[in-house]
Design a protein around this ligand. Structure first.
Ligand code: FNR
Length: 399
């Protein structure tokens, strides 16, 4: 006999439909310790880490904690819908998977796994410029329609890359603009992580002491697909992921400016999104340059340490643009965080690390479970806050 209270049964992810090995994962944060035990330390550190003192990383969580709800009661919230439309596409929930480089190093066929899980559950996923799977394959096998580019300030390379992404059938181009240079990630240096990875005794030892990753991810990748390369930085194939003497060239990324954006806008016929905006004046400029949307982000605390948490500047950015979709990422881990961002005017949010931890440790089933958990939290929280429709969320729901 099921003795759970009826209201509890209605909201929780149905345990019986969850694979047994995932039943102890009750929240997004539970994926991290599971992945930490499984992954070699340099790779775990690359995903979990941030830059310098990790101030932005911790503030991204703290900023959400400082916002409290003022729930409304007796509203008949029995007809709740999590659906959200963005750029004319209806999604099952108001969140998606943020672009994450090197996913296929942490998870077997990581880029396709993330894409398939997102497609199955009706949410968007953004393929990273520093991914290790040709974007054409992810478009074909994962039905992904969002691609994130890092473009250098060079016309020919911009044109060639924009044309390649367009030819592959992507309809939304996310240009990340908070990486003119690489962030100072000391933890990568301390852990012996570099991109490309340099063969070393430490790396070999990390492989040997993490045999499930070595056999199930690294060696299987080599056997099935050969040595991974940076496939999507440019219109041509980039360097391999393991190399003794190569350094990954960032190109002339620090030259990129608003004039290049004009050129990109003229050439790209799909939706254009800028990711990594924190200043209201930049949001306004972006709209003047014809972009279709922006992602307010401090790159999950991985670029400029001390960069303000996106949720703190969201209201002023929403006020500075005229009806353009404003999305947000960095630090979202709970349904309540998603709702707080929507209440302050975000059209949509993205989440990074937990989905990659889920893919690394549990593959596609893990990512589907992560998405289901977050959907179920949002569904429950909507009822507790007193709204049945996400469009009814307002800043007055928060203090
Ligand atoms: C990232 N992020 C990122 N962003 C981007 O535009 N291009 C990229 O290639 C990457 N790569 C990347 C790798 C890894 C391992 C992580 C964790 C993150 C940043 C990402 O898109 C997003 O902004 C943050 O991850 C959001 O913060 P949370 O949800 O991880 O706190």
């Amino acid at each position: 006999m099921n003795t759970a209270a009826p209201e509890f049964r209605a909201e929780q992810v149905k345990r019986s439909s969850v694979p047994r090995r995932l039943r102890h994962i009750l929240a997004l944060d539970d994926f991290e310790p599971a992945a930490r035990a499984f992954l070699p330390r340099p790779i775990y550190g690359y995903i979990a880490g941030a830059c310098e003192n990790g101030q932005s990383l911790s503030d991204n969580r703290q900023a959400f904690a400082e916002l409290s709800f003022v729930p409304k009661i007796l509203r008949d919230v029995s007809n709740r819908s999590l659906a959200r439309s963005l750029f004319g596409v209806n999604y099952a929930a108001p969140f998606g998977i943020a672009p994450m480089g090197l996913s296929a190093l942490a998870a077997l066929d990581g880029d396709v796994v993330l894409a398939r899980a997102a497609f199955r559950t009706g949410v968007p996923v953004v393929l990273s410029a520093t991914s290790l799977t040709p974007l054409e394959r992810v478009a074909r096998e994962g039905s992904t329609r969002w691609f994130q580019a890092y473009l250098p300030g060079e016309h020919e390379r911009i044109d060639a890359m924009v044309d390649r992404v367009q030819a592959a059938g992507f309809d939304t181009l996310v240009l990340t603009v908070d990486v003119p240079v690489a962030g100072n990630r000391e933890n990568n240096v301390r852990n012996g992580f570099d991109a490309p990875l340099r063969p070393s005794l430490n790396l070999a030892w990390q492989g040997v002491t993490h045999p499930r990753w070595l056999l199930g991810t690294a060696l299987r990748t080599l056997a099935q697909r050969g040595m991974p390369h940076f496939e999507n930085m440019d219109a041509y194939r980039g360097p391999p992921i393991l190399s003794r003497n190569l350094t990954r060239a960032l190109g002339l990324r620090d030259r990129l400016n608003w004039n290049h954006l004009q050129r990109i806008r003229a050439r790209w016929s799909g939706k254009l999104v800028l990711k990594g905006i924190l200043a209201a004046s930049d949001a306004h400029l972006a709209q003047e340059h014809g972009v279709d949307g922006i992602i307010v982000s401090n790159h999950g605390g991985r670029q400029l340490d001390g960069a303000i948490s996106p949720i703190k500047v969201l209201p002023e950015i929403v006020a500075a643009v005229d009806g353009m979709p404003v999305m947000l990422d960095s630090g979202i881990r709970r349904g309540t965080d998603v709702i707080k961002a929507l209440a302050l005017g975000a059209s949509f949010v993205f989440i990074g690390r937990p989905f990659l931890f889920a893919a690394a440790r549990f593959g596609e089933a893990g990512v589907v479970h992560a998405i289901d958990l977050l959907k179920s939290e949002i569904n429950r929280d909507m009822a507790l806050i007193g709204v049945d429709n996400l469009d009814r969320l307002e800043p007055s729901a928060l203090r």
